[in-house]
Design a protein. Structure first.
Length: 114
């Protein structure tokens, strides 16, 4: 099983980034997928999730209306579109597979700063 995140970087407040998480080694379409983040000195938190079949989504209150999670089962990839980024969004972002967060990627750094 492998989850590889990409797309992180440095962006100014108000900017946008699109994170990708490429999955392999398991039947991607059968798994709930989610994005989490961990800021320095803080616990890891759930940012967004998407169900395996209906594609129903859920978001943390802090990102609702700014972030969008989506998936492409044909490409075994889950995305996180992040708009109107704020300095408090700075964190390492991780994708996870499974409703019990069975598998994790290595993370990608997102820094929002002027």
């Amino acid at each position: 099983v492998q989850l590889v995140e990409s797309g992180g970087g440095l962006v100014q407040p108000g900017g946008s980034l699109r994170l990708s998480c490429a999955a392999s080694g398991f039947t991607f379409s059968s798994y709930h997928m989610s994005w989490h983040r961990q800021a320095p000195g803080k616990e890891r938190e759930l940012v967004a999730g998407i169900t395996r079949l209906s594609g129903r989504t859920n978001y943390a209150d802090s990102v609702e209306g700014r972030f969008t999670i989506s998936r492409d089962n044909a490409k075994s990839t889950v995305y996180l579109q992040m708009n109107s980024l704020k300095p408090e969004d700075t964190a390492v972002y991780y994708c996870s597979a499974g409703a019990q967060y069975n598998y994790w990627g290595q993370g990608t750094q997102v820094t929002v700063s002027s």
